[in-house]
Design a protein around this ligand. Structure first.
Ligand code: CDP
Ligand code: CDP
Length: 224
C-alpha cells in the first residue's frame, strides 16, 4: 500500500492557511481538510438551535448527531451540515466571533479530532487548523506554522470583506483578530502553539504564490 503523506498547517487567523493549503493539496494531488470549517459548522448549528455556546454537554450531544461533510470546489470547497450547504453561512461575522468559544469545549474537540484523524487515515492530506501539528497529527512528516503581522492579517480580512460587499473598519478587524488569537492561544485544551518540529513561515510580505512555492520546497525535502 502506498504511504500516506500528512501535511499539517497551523497558525493564527488570516495567516493564509486555507488559501495556501488548498493550492498545495491540488499540486500534490492530496485531499484538503479545513478543520476550522468543522468548528464553524458546530457553531452555526448551535446558534441556529438557540443553544448556549458554553453548555458543553448539550453541544456535544448535538454534535454527535451532526453530519459535517465537504465537497471540492473553486475557489472554496463546499461545506454541508446534515446535507444542507452552509459554505457561506459559516463565514458570517457572528460565527467568526463566536467560534473560539465552541472551540474551547474539550468534548467538541475530542469528537472533531477523531473525525479529522479518520479522514487523514484514508488519504494523503493537507490539513489546516490550530492544533494539527500538535494534537491531531503529531506524527505528520511535514508541519508548517504560518504567521503574519496583525496589521497585515487585518488588511487581508478587510479586502476579503470588501469583495463580499461588507465594509468593516480596519481597527475593528484588527481588534477581532487579536481577541480570537488570544482565546485560541490561551485555552486549556490544545491551544494554538507552534509544534517543536514545525517550520515557521512568516507570510507578512509574501505573495500567495511565494508561500505555496516555499511549502512545496519543504514538502519535497521531507518526503523524498
Ligand atoms: O479562517 P480563520 O483563520 O478565520 O479561522 P478558521 O481556520 O476557520 O478557524 C475558526 C476557529 O476555529 C479558530 O479561531 C479556532 O477557534 C477554531 N479552530 C480550532 O480551535 N482548531 C482547529 N484545528 C481549527 C479551528
Ligand atoms: O485560513 P486563514 O485564516 O489562515 O487565511 P486565508 O483565509 O487563507 O487567507 C486570508 C486572506 O489573505 C485571503 O483573502 C488570501 O487571499 C490572503 N492572502 C494574501 O493576501 N497573501 C498571502 N500570502 C496569503 C493569503
Amino acid at each position: 500500500e502506498k504511504q500516506k503523506i500528512q501535511v499539517a498547517i497551523d497558525g493564527p487567523a488570516s495567516a493564509g492557511k486555507s488559501t495556501v493549503a488548498k493550492l498545495v493539496a491540488k499540486n500534490f494531488g492530496y485531499i484538503y481538510c479545513d478543520t476550522g470549517a468543522m468548528y464553524r459548522s458546530v457553531t452555526l448549528k448551535a446558534i441556529q438551535n438557540h443553544l448556549s455556546l458554553s453548555d458543553e454537554s448539550t453541544i456535544v450531544a448535538m454534535l454527535k448527531q451532526t453530519k459535517i461533510s465537504f465537497t471540492p470546489g473553486n475557489p472554496v470547497q463546499h461545506v454541508f451540515v446534515d446535507d444542507k450547504e452552509v459554505t457561506e453561512d459559516i463565514r458570517q461575522p457572528n460565527i467568526t466571533n463566536s467560534v473560539s468559544t465552541i472551540a474551547s469545549l474539550a468534548g467538541v474537540r475530542t469528537e472533531l479530532v477523531n473525525r479529522q484523524r479518520e479522514i487523514a487515515n484514508q488519504n494523503s492530506i493537507v490539513m489546516d487548523g490550530r492544533d494539527i501539528g500538535t494534537a491531531v497529527l503529531p506524527n505528520a512528516p511535514v508541519k508548517i506554522f504560518l504567521i503574519a503581522s496583525v496589521s497585515e492579517r487585518a488588511e487581508r480580512r478587510y479586502k476579503e470583506n470588501i469583495a463580499k460587499g461588507i465594509e468593516t473598519p480596519l481597527a475593528q478587524l484588527k481588534k477581532e483578530i487579536e481577541v480570537r488569537d488570544h482565546k485560541d492561544s490561551t485555552r486549556k485544551v490544545s491551544p494554538l502553539t507552534k509544534a517543536k518540529d514545525a517550520i515557521e513561515v512568516d507570510t507578512t510580505s509574501m505573495t500567495i504564490e511565494q508561500v505555496v512555492n516555499e511549502i512545496t520546497k519543504i514538502i519535497n525535502q521531507r518526503i523524498k
